[in-house]
Ligand binder design. Structure first.
Ligand code: ARG
Length: 464
């Protein structure tokens, strides 16, 4: 605990005849976690004070004093000298109290036409806007790392799976680009969410607006908000923008988790498709042979807490009547932990993607097992005039025969194959190769190496 129990000075003390107990003080305080909003709180206060001065609600001397005091507070916070007091409940009252200590009455005038309700809503929006901008950069870095990996392996054959059973061959580059698409949509969702985050609550005051002749547009412009919140009750009470952010984050982590699951499977010695650089793995304290993919496993695990935070915020909101209720103080820890988890995870994954070694031989060998080109044989028969369902049946019989003989489709002789359909000719052998199979899927969104390269060029252009 960094805040201390001292210096009693509540902003509403005259109304009360007895102090709250230490337990209640601790229970209702948020300074331990909301002090993280300090820089945004100061930024918002300065914009508010500038507007008050411009509107002649406070004097320009008051504004100058507030600026001077805030500069000092900023350096006290940066150097760790700022004394956070539990008695002062939250970040807002701590900073305001210190400001008043430093500059006197000007500090007491700062809160004119404002409430902590619109103040905190503004702080969270400023904080979240920065977080979203960071996350967008990190998503881009991860996508670029995956695109580089895809480019190196535009032709590398990987067995594609459905139901965890070998289905059809795909290129490893194509597989990586699937994640690039997912993270691209995540970035779109973040950008879209940012539009609704980036609106100014200040001016709503406690809930009904203020009697002072404020200029909300001016504050919005100073703080870089696109617009002002249009209804004061809504402005102080709803946290849908934070919920939306948590939903977008839950999807980021869900995509990370799916990828993690694959990395863990691929790195299992039983599968052996990839290796992950040592700096992302750890050993076992008892089994000397182990090299565990801890980072993907942890990321898969951390997805749970991010999903949980989404549910926490939805539940926090659902029972609240208009307007502000203290419940909303509970929005911060889930939100902060979501940001921390997503930021750390994306940063580490962008780095780890560059530490993946692909074992192309093992992937190819696995694709050769499991009749991955059976669909190609069926398509071949369709192109010779057989209805697809009949072709499916003919190939199913051929696969069955191969299972009995313990061989691949391409190991059958032409005569053996013709027993399943007389339409089969010599040209079937190129169709049954893994390379022929992927090359044939040559359309937008298909796995052909040429399509992978075209997609890479498109994504790179989008990312520059
Ligand atoms: N610490 C509070 C929060 O996080 C600030 C707003 C408090 N407003 C109030 N009327 N108690 O929401």
């Amino acid at each position: 605990m960094t805040a201390q129990l001292s210096k009693k000075s509540e902003a509403w003390s005259a109304r009360f005849s007895e102090p709250v107990s230490d337990l209640v003080k601790r229970y209702t305080a948020s300074v331990f976690f909301d002090k993280r909003l300090a820089q945004f709180d100061i930024q918002g206060s300065l914009a508010h004070a500038e507007m008050l001065a411009h509107q002649n609600i406070i004097s320009s001397q008051d504004y100058a004093d507030i600026q001077r005091g805030m500069t000092q507070i900023q350096s006290e916070i940066a150097s760790g000298k700022f004394e956070w007091l539990l008695d002062l409940e939250d970040v807002h009252l701590n900073i305001e109290k210190r400001l008043t200590e430093l500059v006197g009455d000007a500090g007491k005038r700062l809160h004119t036409g404002r409430s902590r309700n619109d103040q905190v809503a503004t702080d969270i929006r400023l904080y979240l806007r920065t977080a979203i901008d960071d996350i967008k950069v990190l998503l881009r870095e991860l996508r670029l790392a995956l695109v580089d990996l895809a480019e190196q392996h535009a032709e590398t054959i990987l067995p594609g799976f459905t139901h965890m059973q070998v289905a059809q061959p795909v290129t490893f580059g194509h597989h990586m680009l699937a994640y690039v698409e997912m993270f691209g949509r995540d970035a779109e969702r973040m950008a879209d969410c940012r539009k609704r985050v980036n609106r100014l609550p200040l001016g709503a005051a406690a809930l009904a607006g203020t009697t002072f002749a404020i200029d909300r547009e001016r504050v919005a412009a100073t703080l870089g908000f696109d617009d002002v919140c249009r209804n004061s009750l809504d402005a102080v009470s709803d946290r849908d923008f934070a919920i939306e952010f948590c939903a977008a984050s839950a999807l980021v982590m869900t995509h990370i988790s799916r990828m993690s699951e694959e990395l863990v499977i691929w790195m299992s010695p039983r599968v052996g498709f990839i290796d992950i650089a040592d700096r992302f793995c750890t050993g076992s304290s008892i089994m000397p042979q182990k090299k565990n993919p801890d980072v993907p496993e942890l990321a898969r695990g951390k997805t749970g807490r991010v999903n949980g935070h989404l549910i926490a915020l939805l539940t926090l909101m659902k029972g609240q009547p208009l307007a502000y209720n203290k419940d909303n103080q509970e929005d911060k820890e889930p939100l902060f932990d979501t940001v921390d988890t997503v930021v750390d995870t994306l940063r580490i994954f962008a780095d780890m993607a560059r530490g993946i070694t692909v074992k192309a031989d093992a992937m190819r060998a696995a694709a050769l097992q499991g009749y991955a080109t059976a669909t190609d044989l069926a398509d071949y028969l369709v192109k010779k005039g057989l209805p697809f369902r009949d072709a499916h049946e003919a190939v199913a019989r051929a696969v069955r025969a191969c299972v009995d003989k313990n061989c691949d489709l391409s190991d059958l002789t032409l005569d053996e194959m013709r027993a399943f359909s007389p339409l089969i000719e010599q040209d079937i052998f190129s169709v049954l190769t893994l390379e022929g199979s992927v090359r044939a899927r040559d359309h937008v969104g298909g796995t052909a190496p040429g399509q992978v390269r075209t997609a890479i060029a498109r994504i790179r252009a989008e990312l520059t």
